[in-house]
Design a protein around this ligand. Structure first.
Ligand code: SAH
Length: 261
């Protein structure tokens, strides 16, 4: 079913050099750039996927942003987790529709938005974030992409001090000292529940693994995701010269019931 573009929604404009601009359509609005002016009224009422011409004759492709586009273009407070790692996090944490997920910290809300989409309307995401400004920014970003009334509760608090919720299905962490969360996660997760942690340095991973080894968690594994894009143009088909060599390491583990001795 095709749905025409309407005022109030976000669209991504991409020029011939792949430069991207995320804009919100407004009746009577105009997008100004070095390439000329594009009237929003020329886009409203049309299908996404159209090419629109500016006053200087430059073309922009007009599309609704995907979640991945949105994460790359959205306003940031804290550094976000990129799509390269967001997808694998959903698999490693085995996030399913209806899941009860605890996330900390929520930063700019890139992962929060991704988790909410995966748990769906019957699931729930609770976010613990220590900085009030980031908590607000994240909620604005979530609403900008998913709309209001999401199954999300954000609490401004320090997760190192403890977790109130119980019988949680999944815990996903993006903060500097996740080993401080392990003892709380043991009480908050249900048996078989999964903990996933995103960490920038390997020293942190070692410290987390040590604390997981001394806990009721098992099946721990750490990995990194490398993504290499390719240049494909006529006869020239080869890896791109540049790639993002490092973002973070992912560690996942499951909460087990200790064997009776
Ligand atoms: N994953 C987020 C980015 C998180 S950045 C995204 O994709 O957008 C890390 C966040 O953890 C920061 O916002 C920081 O304020 C928060 N944080 C750090 N220590 C914390 C703690 N002890 N409790 C709760 N939040 C914490």
């Amino acid at each position: 079913m095709s749905r025409d573009l309407v005022a109030g929604e976000k669209v991504l404009l991409t020029d011939s050099k792949k430069r991207r601009h995320l804009i919100t359509l407004v009746e009577g609005g105009a997008f100004h750039s070095h390439a000329g002016i594009l009237s929003h009224d020329d886009l409203i009422g049309h299908d996404e996927g159209v090419s629109a011409r500016t006053t200087l004759g430059q073309r922009f492709v007009v599309l609704r942003p995907t979640l991945s586009d949105f994460v790359l273009e959205m306003p940031r407070g804290a550094q976000v987790i990129y799509p390269k790692d967001l997808g694998p996090i959903l698999m490693l944490a085995d996030v399913f529709p209806g899941a009860k997920v605890l996330e900390s910290g929520i930063g700019s809300g890139a992962l929060t938005t991704t988790l909410l989409r995966a748990v769906g309307p019957t699931g729930h995401v609770t976010g613990y974030e220590i900085r009030e400004d980031f908590a607000k920014r994240a909620q604005l970003n979530v609403e900008a992409f998913l709309g209001p009334d999401q199954p999300l509760s954000v609490e401004v608090r320090d997760i190192y001090q403890g977790i109130d919720a119980i019988a949680i299905d999944r815990i996903v962490l993006d903060l500097p000292e996740p080993w401080q969360v392990v003892p709380h996660a043991e009480k908050a997760l249900r048996p078989g529940g999964i903990l996933v942690s995103y960490l920038p340095t390997i020293g942190q991973v070692g410290r987390l693994r040590e604390s997981l080894d001394n806990s009721a968690f098992g099946m721990a594994e750490s990995l990194e995701i490398l993504q290499r894009t390719w240049h494909v143009e006529g006869q020239s088909v080869r890896p791109d010269h540049r790639m993002v060599a490092h973002t973070g390491f992912l560690t996942h583990a499951r909460l087990l019931v200790p064997p009776e001795s």
